[in-house]
Design a protein around this ligand. Structure first.
Ligand code: IMP
Ligand code: MG
Length: 179
């Protein structure tokens, strides 16, 4: 384990087995359809690639990049689009795939933006949810794990660009981001 990690919160095995359950749920819910799964760069990429490979139904994929300003541990509430989707979503069953929902500002911005393009449906799938920190009113359709109010990294999640390639999710030592 890297020295900046306080402890492992979700092991590789725990994540893998939960993702299998989530994939089965999505297979069931979208049976007979071909949902467009949208990965929100960069954090959700690791989750996204594992999730889609556990699914049996056919899907389409697209990518979007959003930044909520700053390099710190808190969202500023100000959201900006860095990269839009390549394709149209009108009439499609869209699933936004996120790494974590914290304040909810990123997703409420995204949801508004995408709903205006008239998809046939729009749902949210997130690996992690920190409901205790919610400020924007946002409904989560598929969720992997609920986590407490601690800063977590790994499995796609970063602190200042680091730790994304850890195979597990761990709690970052406070001294790292409070120094
Ligand atoms: P929200 O707009 O506050 O919901 O923030 C969502 C984004 O903040 C996520 O996509 C992450 O990039 C980042 N974020 C929030 N909490 C954490 C965390 O505990 N670890 C790493 N990134 C986080
Ligand atoms: Mg991030």
């Amino acid at each position: 384990m890297r020295k900046e990690i306080e402890r492992v919160l979700l092991s590789e095995e725990t994540i893998k087995s939960r993702i299998k359950e989530m994939a089965a749920r999505l297979d069931e819910e979208y049976k007979g359809k071909r949902p467009l799964m949208v990965a929100i760069l960069k954090g959700s990429v690791v989750f996204f690639t594992d999730l889609i490979r556990e699914m049996s139904i056919d899907i389409e994929m697209d990518f979007m990049s959003i930044s909520s300003y700053g390099n710190g541990v808190k969202s500023s509430g100000e959201v900006k689009m860095i990269k839009d989707l390549d394709g149209k979503i009108e009439g499609k069953d869209v699933i936004i795939v996120e790494d974590i929902i914290d304040s909810g500002y990123t997703l409420s911005y995204l949801k508004k933006l995408l709903l205006a393009r008239n998809p046939s449906s729009l749902k949210i799938c997130t690996l992690l949810d920190k409901p205790s920190r919610r400020e924007a009113d946002i409904e989560v359709d598929f969720r992997g794990f609920e986590v407490a109010d601690e800063f977590v990294v790994g499995y796609g999640l970063d602190y200042a660009g680091s730790y994304r390639n850890l195979p597990y999710i761990g709690i970052l030592k406070r001294e790292i981001y409070e120094k």
